[in-house]
Design a protein around this ligand. Structure first.
Ligand code: DQA
Length: 137
């Protein structure tokens, strides 16, 4: 299986960004443990703070990969463009969030990704990503 994790804005700061909410592990550290745990799965990783780069990546992988794990971060709540890209591609997308966005501010309660996602996993910390990967296996 060929999967990719796509992370949106500010997720490059994982480990030092609001650790009470997002944890103190860096994503690179986390990714290494996940790759070790699922050696037969090809797990690519892409992060960008730029909306258009996230759309470019979704288009690039969205017709050949078996699954996309997408945490569009703040763009989840604002980006019709990323929502449309998820709809336009063929590869199923599982939307993930580290935090439970529903017990946070009201503006985090809407998602332009969810209507076109295969499923949504949120609130389990970095484990949300692992659960999403498992959903494709
Ligand atoms: C997030 C939740 C978003 O509301 C927020 O803007 C993020 C991270 C999460 O993984 O919990 O940057 O997507």
């Amino acid at each position: 299986k060929k999967l990719i994790i796509i992370n949106g804005p500010n997720l490059n700061l994982l480990g030092k960004r609001e650790p009470a909410i997002y944890g103190s592990l860096t994503f690179t550290e986390f990714l290494e443990t996940i790759k070790d745990k699922y050696p037969k799965v090809k797990i690519d990783y892409f992060q960008s703070n730029i909306e258009g780069e996230l759309i470019d990546k979704l288009q690039e992988v969205g017709f050949t990969y078996d699954g996309i794990v997408l945490n569009a971060a703040a763009y989840t709540h604002t980006s019709i463009g990323i929502g449309d890209a998820v709809k336009a591609i063929q590869t199923p997308v599982v939307e993930v969030h580290i935090s439970n966005t529903f017990n946070r501010e009201e503006f985090r309660h809407t998602s332009y990704i969810s209507p076109n996602a295969k499923g949504v996993i949120l609130g389990f910390g970095l484990q949300s990503y692992e659960l999403a990967i498992q959903s494709f296996l």
